[in-house]
Ligand binder design. Structure first.
Ligand SMILES: Cc1cc2nc3c(=O)[nH]c(=O)nc-3n(C[C@H](O)[C@H](O)[C@H](O)COP(=O)(O)O)c2cc1C
Length: 197
């Protein structure tokens, strides 16, 4: 018991920062959280976290995702992470307070990877989380946004949509670029979401 107490004292003295003692995060997580704390002046234990997941072939949807992130960060001190849907496990969504999901419109709906991602979210408990969707499209139809919103409302009721989906138009039919002004709209969309999370 005596040696155990000595050991605990040394452990406590050596690991004085809050993340390693309080929550037993890994070294990488501690470093990441400490950096966030330094950048944002707030502990991540209370910092709201936003995840933006997108799919993109030609880069337009990715650019919109990044513009939304920029808008949110400019308006509010929150952590915003932008991830390609191909590089994220749906369960990771549980670590965030707000989920924003974006896809190009292909054939009048979101792409398969985004549909599958949403399908997997249906099985998770996302109660209390907030969200929104966005798309990029060539024609004047909003079907991808509408379909994602319908799926969320009907199948993922725990995820509360806090803003009407953003539909960003590209020039031409396939590769874009985005129509002028669409990135600015995406930033505004991010700012409007930041007031509701
Ligand atoms: C197979 C395919 C089907 C598409 N179908 C539609 C469509 O039905 N309506 C539309 O507005 N745009 C359609 N598009 C255009 C895409 O929306 C456009 O390529 C996309 O916004 C580009 O986004 P990205 O740069 O992120 O890949 C289609 C594109 C592809 C490749």
């Amino acid at each position: 018991m005596f040696y155990y107490l000595i050991f605990k004292f040394i452990e406590f003295t050596v690991y004085t920062d809050s993340y390693s003692t309080r929550a037993k995060y890994s070294t990488e997580e501690c470093e990441r959280y400490k950096k966030i704390e330094k950048d944002y002046g707030r502990s991540v234990v209370t910092l709201s976290r936003v995840l933006i997941v997108y799919w993109s072939k030609f880069g337009n949807t990715k650019a919109v995702a990044e513009a939304i992130a920029k808008g949110i960060k400019a308006a509010k001190k929150v952590e915003v992470v932008v991830r390609n849907v191909k590089e994220i496990k749906p369960e990771e969504a549980l670590d965030y307070d707000t989920l924003i999901i974006g896809s190009p419109n292909q054939g009048g709906g979101p792409v398969g990877d985004i549909k599958n991602f949403l399908k997997k979210l249906e099985k998770l408990d996302l109660k209390g989380k907030t969200g929104a969707v966005f798309d990029t499209h060539a024609r004047n139809d909003l079907k991808a946004v509408q379909k994602m919103e319908k799926q969320i409302r009907e199948k993922i009721p725990g995820l509360k949509l806090v803003a009407p989906g953003l539909a960003a138009k590209i020039e031409g039919f396939l590769k874009g670029p985005l129509v002028e002004g669409e990135l600015a709209k995406a930033e505004e969309f991010g700012k409007s979401i930041s007031t509701k999370i």
